[in-house]
Design a protein around this ligand. Structure first.
Ligand code: UD1
Ligand code: UDP
Length: 362
């Protein structure tokens, strides 16, 4: 049978650190004969939050960068919406792909759907059921506007069905698991981070915190600082710029066991995660990476979208509560065997196959 592919024009909308990881995997799986455009909203702009990821992940340089970092939600989203809309007029894409749950995701969803461009959402169906999180609003709107919904987990598919979204919903696995499987070997060869920080494997905790509900509220940030201060182990904390800013605003300081470092690239991060004795985080992506690497995880939030990691006994929800944070460090030790809940590393291939087949009328 002869198959005819028309050369398609695809726009990937990215803007924030985790989206570079996700888009890198989908773009890697795409057929090079199609015209792929990387549209960067500029939501993340510091070199260590943006350019470093394009370089390390070998993601095609942005074809357009709106440089829309900073600003509040309305400023970011409206500027992005206008910028993406103009780009759609210029490129006339056949398909647009959005990733995750950031303001860049929301703007991409609005722009594509208003222009009637078929839209795919990678990482669809995730829910925290907490509408005070900006990400939850972005996810819900993104999912309801998308034509193709790519779910990483059974639970995320169930969430969509519960909201009445049943068509073109595909359980494909998680593209962040694809990325981890692909880059871990490369990281072990190329990263020198353990030596440069003088770290012995399994002798330290790795911590990240940037969730606005944690770091923009002084009492919550103080709880996290106090919780980490109660841990009798060296802590490495790559500091997100939002958190760096808020520490200054609130005049708060971590205790001496916490070593603050600049945000690191993806390869160094994988090495830090893989060799940590324990990970404490409020990141979505890092909860999954901890699970995939078999590192116990304490999540400094009251709820998570990645409920399977908690159900499996590898993730403990401590909230922004200093007692629960330090106590769980001593008491929480996963026993159960881990199952493969995020797919086998071929989520991006499946996504690309489904989109291409729809574009060719299949
Ligand atoms: C955003 C996403 C969040 C995601 C996170 C990944 C939304 C609503 N939030 O949160 O879902 O988990 O990215 O890291 O979309 N800043 C810099 N340099 C940068 C980026 C940010 O200095 O490269 C500073 C700026 O002061 C900026 C602040 O950090 O105002 C917050 O950045 P923003 O992109 O608005 O939100 P994040 O907290 O990064
Ligand atoms: N990450 C990284 N360097 C860092 C912190 C995070 O490479 O200093 C990676 C991390 O391994 C994961 C992704 O960035 O792949 C997650 O980003 P983040 O925690 O900022 O966002 P979230 O997943 O919470 O939206």
């Amino acid at each position: 049978m002869i198959e005819f592919w028309r050369f398609m024009k695809i726009i990937h909308i990215v803007g924030a650190r985790p989206q570079f990881v996700k888009a890198a995997m989908v773009s890697r799986a795409w057929n090079s004969s199609d015209e792929e455009y990387i549209f960067h909203t500029g939501q993340h702009y510091s070199p260590e939050m943006s350019k470093l990821f394009f370089d390390e992940l070998n993601l095609q340089k942005p074809d357009r960068n709106l440089n829309l970092g900073g600003g509040n939600h309305a400023e970011q989203t409206s500027g992005m919406l206008l910028g993406i809309d103009r780009y759609i007029e210029e490129i006339h894409p056949d398909h647009i792909v959005i990733y995750g749950d950031t303001n860049s995701t929301l703007a991409g969803a609005l722009a594509a759907s208003k222009r009637g461009i078929p839209l795919s959402h990678v990482e669809a169906g995730l829910r925290s059921f907490n509408r005070s999180m900006p990400e939850e609003i972005n996810r819900v709107v993104g999912d309801h506007l998308s034509n193709f919904l790519f779910c990483p987990t059974e639970e995320s598919k169930r969430n969509l069905v519960a909201e009445g979204i049943k068509e073109n919903v595909y359980l494909v696995g998680d593209v962040m698991a694809d990325a981890l499987y692909f880059f871990l070997k490369i990281a072990s060869k190329q990263s020198n981070i353990l030596v440069s920080l003088d770290l012995q494997p399994k002798s330290y905790c790795l911590v990240t915190t940037h969730r606005s509900g944690n770091v923009d509220i002084k009492s919550n940030l103080k709880q996290i600082i106090d919780g980490l201060g109660g841990i009798d182990q060296p802590i490495i904390l790559p500091l997100h710029p939002r958190t760096k800013k808020m520490l200054k605003v609130f005049d708060l300081h971590f205790s001496e066991n916490v070593q603050l470092i600049d945000p690191v690239g993806y390869l160094d991060m994988l090495m830090l995660e893989n060799n940590a004795e324990c990970i404490l985080t409020d990141s979505g992506g890092i909860q999954k990476e901890a699970y995939l690497l078999g590192v116990r995880c304490i999540t400094m939030r009251d709820e998570t979208e990645w409920v399977e990691t908690v159900d499996a006994g590898w993730n403990y929800l401590a909230g922004a509560d200093h007692e629960k944070i330090s106590k769980s460090f001593y008491d929480f030790h996963p026993k159960e065997h881990r199952q493969q809940i995020y797919g086998s590393g071929d989520a991006a291939d499946k996504i690309v196959q489904i989109i291409k087949s729809s574009l060719s009328g299949g």
